[in-house]
Design a protein around this ligand. Structure first.
Ligand code: BEZ
Ligand code: FE
Length: 286
């Protein structure tokens, strides 16, 4: 059998699949995977090394560690999936852009009031974050649920510690004018978990595991597409080399630093300096 005839035979073996979308996906996967093997003239040893790599990724994966998400992220597949699902032309042009979810989202974060603090004991420089949620025509979205999460100033998410306490994450709701505000921590750069197979892959390739500093948002409201995004800190050196390719220019915001003693918007008196950032969010109608 020629190489192409083998590919055609494997593709045809899925013709019996009843679900059209499943058939489309699996047949395309076979075509592309076979093309990869033919193009690279893959050796037995290389394929066996790839299987060892995937096995190691499976072994390190647990409730709190998702190596396959990391693999998808560092190969740019997560961001490409975001791109092909991004709202299309027209109204959606005005919608806030999406980026990767990452592995550290937690379903039930603590609720805070408007103006509350997401830190919950996580260390870092306080940051006042505020903005407005609207539709793409600028009409306020009241009662939108905003979930936010971020790493502490040691570059660690709460779920990476053994203490079992949620910190550096919360959710809140927009007011009648679609406005929101809360205290967070000024985001700092941190490495994605790199003590496993994906870390070894990056190291072998001479790539850095560092992410550009960011604050995660998930925004949901009835009648609107859910938005999963971040804001990135302007002027950071890692903006051009984010390890998961998540940076989009439209999501970069200045985090303006204020000296210790500068009055804050809510009269809080932080011990040292603090920053402020604003982020208006436009949701696309469903
Ligand atoms: C994150 O931003 O939390 C993240 C994204 C991708 C991989 C690892 C971490
Ligand atoms: Fe993150």
């Amino acid at each position: 059998m020629t190489e192409q005839a083998l590919t055609d035979k494997v593709v045809a073996s899925f013709d019996t699949a009843k679900d059209d979308r499943f058939r489309e996906l699996i047949q395309a996967l076979v075509r592309h995977a076979h093309a990869f093997v033919r193009e690279t003239r893959l050796t037995d040893g290389e394929w066996s090394a790839a299987i060892d790599f995937l096995t190691a990724a499976g072994h390190i994966t647990s409730e709190t560690r998702q190596e396959f998400v990391l693999l998808s992220d560092v190969l740019g597949i997560s961001m490409l999936t975001v791109a092909v699902n991004e709202p299309g032309l027209g109204e959606a042009d005005e919608a806030t852009q999406s980026t990767v979810l990452g592995p550290f989202f937690v379903q039930d974060s603590p609720e805070i009031e408007l103006g509350g603090d997401i830190a919950g004991g996580a260390g870092g420089e306080p940051s006042w974050v505020s903005g407005r949620v609207t539709d793409t025509a600028g009409k306020p979205v009241a009662g939108a649920r905003i979930e936010v999460w971020e790493a502490d100033d040691d570059g660690m998410y709460d779920v990476q510690y053994d203490h079992g306490t949620l910190a550096g994450r919360a959710h809140l709701y927009t007011d009648a004018e679609g406005r929101y505000r809360f205290w967070a921590l000024t985001p700092t750069p941190y490495p994605i978990p790199h003590d496993g197979p994906v870390g070894r892959l990056l190291q072998y390739a001479g790539r850095s595991p560092m992410r550009a500093p960011h604050l995660h948002f998930k925004v949901t409201a009835p009648g609107f597409h859910p938005l999963i995004t971040h804001i990135f800190v302007a002027d950071d050196p890692y903006l051009d080399s984010d390890s998961v390719f998540g940076v989009k220019d439209s999501l970069i915001r200045p985090f303006t630093r204020h000296d210790a003693g500068t009055p804050t918007p809510d009269g809080r008196e932080p011990e040292g300096s603090w920053t402020s950032a604003s982020f208006d969010i436009a949701l696309k109608k469903e």
